[in-house]
Design a binder for this molecule. Structure first.
Ligand code: SAM
Ligand code: SF4
Ligand code: F3S
Length: 462
């Protein structure tokens, strides 16, 4: 389905007409339920889909059973992510029989894989529309074809890799905003499906990013997270971009993720230290503590290079905060090699780790490698790693006890009635007693206690 402006505009006006007629018949706009699985980048794509739907006259709902359009924006990074989606759409079989007019769509990373599309086509007949991550620019044409002709549409074309700056995200959160600065990945880590389902790296122009952040700050946003699979590989210069965003007037925080260690330079650390709005923390996925495994993963760095970034950052600020991603049980990994990963988490002292058992992704190089360790054994290694990390983070978080930290208050707390929760500059959860009026504000909190997942403290009234 090649995209032309006229086809797109024609489909858009038909959809606007459809929504208007629907509203005059049923006294409410057609409702759309959009759910995104997976990473922040995918959540941000979901927000763009929501924005496009609002433009043509849909209203959003959190209740799929009342929706005329249901969209699942999917993730393919691990097998359990895909299983969750199959389970969810499988559960809708009966619903679709009862509500044949409701359009069910599956999009995102899973939908960019041929074998998934074939499986949905043959097994999940309740799904009307499937489109991959390269087809967003054809969204109106595809939707109109399904709505008007009542036929199933499948689109995993690779036509529309250009960045479309017309999409405006609909953001439910009015405090924190995700801003993608680049899309895709060129790295082909041997375990990872992302380069296949997201295409090659392409960066947004600095002006587009800076203007978007300026507008968000003017609209009251207090935390901006710049997104990319490898945010620091941004082709127009990431440190320069950070400096320009830091110069935007207003009180707000800048975060970013994920950073690839191969592009994590001293210049990046210096920029973080120089820019008062940039949080002094870095999500730097190490994946493994063993050089042989890193090579087999095609990561393009070794532990000595990785540690030189950590050490430089800590030489600039002794409690510079790090978090990481780790894969346990890469094919061929031995227990001794896994222990090197346990060593690295002890050496770095991460505030947080996101660890996963290796999941075989069809089409990737690692899927072809021999794998002698059972999933059960890998699960035990993962547990071992998490226990180690729990110990490390509760000790490491205690560095905040006795200090007063700035917290952006996000919502009521988990501790109980009268408690609030937010995050400090390092991204660590802080709970404290306080009035709801502080939600959305920066406040000062004196830290009294460190738990393994969060800090607790008391409000310092000004
Ligand atoms: N681009 C980022 C980087 O290279 O550090 C990571 C993005 S990836 C979407 C998020 C994390 O998922 C990875 O860091 C990795 O730990 C994990 N991951 C990716 N593929 C995986 C696989 N096949 N099995 C288990 N975990 C995987
Ligand atoms: Fe996947 Fe590696 Fe690209 Fe990250 S850098 S998205 S892990 S291929
Ligand atoms: Fe998943 Fe796609 Fe993100 S595979 S992790 S949703 S880029």
């Amino acid at each position: 389905m090649p995209e032309t402006i006229t086809e797109k505009q024609a489909a858009k006006s038909e959809l606007v007409r459809y929504c208007t007629e629907y509203k005059s018949t049923y006294a409410h706009s057609p409702l759309a339920f959009v759910h995104s699985f997976g990473c922040q980048q995918n959540v941000s794509d979901g927000e763009k889909i929501k924005g496009e739907l609002i433009k043509i006259g849909y209203e959003l709902t959190d209740d799929y059973s009342s929706a005329q359009l249901i969209i699942f924006n999917t993730c393919a990074v691990r097998e359990n992510a895909e299983d969750k989606v199959y389970g969810t759409i499988g559960d809708l079989k009966h619903f679709k029989e009862q509500n044949p007019d409701t359009v069910i769509a599956v999009c995102g990373c899973m939908a960019q894989q041929k074998h998934v599309v074939e499986k949905i086509r043959s097994t999940y007949r309740q799904v009307d529309l499937v489109f991959g991550t390269f087809a967003y620019n054809e969204f109106y044409q595809m939707l109109w074809e399904v709505v008007s002709k009542r036929k199933r549409v499948f689109n995993i074309s690779e036509n529309s890799l250009d960045i479309n700056e017309d999409f405006k995200q609909f953001r439910e959160d009015k405090l924190r905003a995700y801003v993608p600065i680049m899309y895709g990945c060129n790295n082909f880590c041997t375990y990872c499906i992302v380069p296949y389902v997201r295409g090659r790296e392409r960066s947004r122009k600095p002006d587009a990013v800076i203007n978007e952040v300026r507008q968000l700050v003017e609209n009251g946003y207090k935390e901006i997270t710049l997104l990319g699979q490898n945010v620091n590989s941004y082709s127009y210069g990431f440190p320069e971009l950070l400096r320009s965003i830091n110069n935007i007037p207003g009180k707000f925080r800048i975060r970013f993720m994920s950073s690839h260690p191969k592009d994590a330079s001293k210049e990046l650390i210096d920029t973080i230290m120089d820019c008062d709005k940039v949080c002094k923390c870095l999500h730097l996925p190490v994946q493994s503590g063993c050089d042989r495994v890193l090579k087999a993963m095609n990561r393009h760095y070794d532990i000595a290079q990785y540690m030189s970034v950590i050490e430089y950052a800590r030489s600039r600020s002794s409690d510079f905060s790090f978090s990481t991603d780790i894969i346990v049980g890469f094919p061929g990994e031995t227990y001794e090699e896994f222990c090197e990963t346990k060593d690295i988490i002890k050496t770095v002292k991460y505030d947080n780790i996101y660890s996963f058992v290796f999941s075989k992704r069809s089409g990737t190089k690692a899927a072809e490698l021999e794998d002698n360790i059972s999933d059960k054994q890998k699960g035990l290694w993962l547990r071992e790693l998490l226990l180690e990390q729990r110990e490390i983070s509760s000790q490491w978080l205690s560095r905040f006890v006795g200090r007063t930290v700035e917290v952006l208050v996000e919502s009521e707390g988990r501790t109980g009635e009268g408690y609030l929760t937010g995050k400090n500059d390092e991204g660590i959860i802080v709970e404290f007693a306080g009035n709801k009026k502080y939600i959305g504000e920066f406040v000062q909190v004196r830290i009294i206690k460190a738990m393994n997942w969060a800090l607790s403290g008391e409000l310092v009234e000004e």
